[in-house]
Ligand binder design. Structure first.
Ligand SMILES: Cc1cc2nc3c(=O)[nH]c(=O)nc-3n(C[C@H](O)[C@H](O)[C@H](O)COP(=O)(O)OP(=O)(O)OC[C@H]3O[C@@H](n4cnc5c(N)ncnc54)[C@H](O)[C@@H]3O)c2cc1C
Length: 404
């Protein structure tokens, strides 16, 4: 029997992990990336215990931890009073996972490590500067048209994994609706060398509740491994981009967290982006599947989007492996959507919307109630474990296995 070929569209973290997991299950793999090099812009950075288990399963964990920061704790702060409300300790999960912590590692590092590992497999063809422009499916396979630095070409595969990001060409070619909404406020991301842990005693991942201007604060390793802090804030709809991105505004926002009394924060990077809560109406059309941001997007509070994408990657590779002879009518192929779409809606969409609401709550009574609940949950080991099982997606993995 000839070896089946999986064509993976998109060389982001989800595409690279999908390609690797498929190669490790004996498939020939073609990985197609439209850009000519890896995207190194600051994006997702938090990798939860459930995802660390998956990164270990594809043989990348040691290198991944080495280029990141291990964070055992995470905090909720009341930004209005600069008070620590609750500190959660992943160590309560020590009997549930070999990785009772998160690792703060920039997503492009996962791509780099994954690409190096992929190069060890003889039947893997990785092409940068190769954009997918069209797809045609029949009873035996999929023909993918690509354009790019190598000219126009058609490639043939048994199945296609569309991991080509939020604006997915694959999803659009399949005419699949991206259901949901876009938040009216944009999200401002500021990166600084200032050490918030030293200044305020916060954990490497801290959520700041504030009725006017909530925030996320987290430490990442940086390419030089010297460490830096990233802060995320909402940008009001009625303020223009130039104002939101100005030095004065960046300094004002950071000074609300720790007041430097007039001394400036050293700013390393700033970015403003639109955030959506959307899920593809379907994750599959015959031989073509969607994974990662191509199939779901969400706000970054809780750091769940990319984690869920890596979970898709492993599930999809396993689904292909369980489909004997590459027959597109095999019932197991429908299981991918039953599991991955359901879990995204029930865990990631639900949790990220709730996380945002909890941080931005304006009603004083509701606000006090939310913060009180967090404090009580952190103070009780049983409740804390239940909370962390959910935020780390360990519970979603267990639930996924029970979906036949
Ligand atoms: C500014 C920003 C900040 C973010 N911050 C966070 C955060 O703090 N926490 C968090 O959890 N998430 C965050 N996210 C989301 C997170 O980055 C995504 O969940 C993650 O990148 C998804 O990975 P992916 O591989 O599915 O898609 P992507 O990383 O988008 O990769 C898709 C790849 O497909 C390629 N591609 C596109 N079209 C084609 C085509 N036609 N042919 C071939 N290749 C194609 C693209 O060039 C790209 O390399 C952020 C996103 C942005 C934009």
């Amino acid at each position: 029997m000839t070896q089946q070929r999986i064509i993976v569209v998109g060389g982001g973290p989800v595409g690279v992990v999908t390609a690797l997991a498929c190669a490790q299950r004996g498939f020939a793999v073609t990985l197609l990336e439209a850009q000519t090099e890896v995207d190194r812009s600051p994006r997702a950075a938090t990798t939860h215990p459930s995802t660390l288990e998956m990164i270990a399963s594809v043989g990348l964990i040691d290198e991944f931890v080495k280029v990141g920061l291990v964070a055992r704790y995470f905090d909720f702060w009341d930004q209005t009073s600069h008070r620590l409300v609750a500190r959660f300790d992943h160590d309560v999960l020590r009997d549930d996972t070999p990785y009772p912590f998160v690792v703060q590692t920039e997503q492009h590092k996962l791509v780099d490590i994954g690409l190096r590992k992929l190069a060890q497999y003889p039947d893997v063809d990785v092409r940068f500067g190769a954009a997918v422009t069209a797809l045609e499916q029949d009873d035996h396979g999929v023909t993918v048209s690509i354009e790019g630095s190598g000219g126009a070409e058609k490639l043939r595969g048994t199945f296609v994994a569309g991991a080509d990001g939020g604006r997915s060409t694959v999803r659009k070619l399949l005419n699949i609706e991206f259901e949901g909404y876009t938040w009216p406020e944009r999200f401002l991301v500021l990166t600084t060398s200032f050490d918030f842990e030293k200044a305020m005693g916060c954990s490497f991942r801290s959520y700041l509740a504030d009725p006017v201007e909530w925030g996320n604060l987290f430490k990442i390793a940086g390419d030089d491994l010297k460490g830096r802090w990233r802060a995320v804030f909402p940008a009001p709809v009625d303020v223009d981009d130039d104002t939101v991105m100005s030095d004065a505004e960046a300094q004002r926002r950071l000074n609300r967290i720790v007041d430097l009394g007039g001394a400036p924060y050293e700013l390393l990077h700033r970015n403003l982006y639109r955030v959506h809560q959307r899920v593809a109406a379907s994750f599959r059309e015959h031989r073509v599947f969607l994974a990662g941001d191509a199939s779901h997007v969400n706000n970054p509070i809780g750091g769940l989007g990319l984690n869920c994408g890596i979970h898709d990657a492993l599930e999809l590779a396993q689904t292909f492996a369980e489909c004997a002879n590459g027959d597109a009518r095999a019932p197991v192929l429908d299981r991918y959507e039953r599991r991955r779409r359901t879990l995204n809606v029930e865990f990631v969409q639900q949790q990220t919307v709730a996380n945002k609401k909890r941080l931005e709550e304006k009603d004083p009574e509701q606000r006090a109630k939310h913060l009180d609940e967090l404090a009580q949950t952190a103070a009780d080991t049983v409740r804390q474990r239940a909370f962390l099982m959910r935020t780390s997606l360990l519970q979603s993995v267990a639930q996924g296995r029970s979906i036949a």
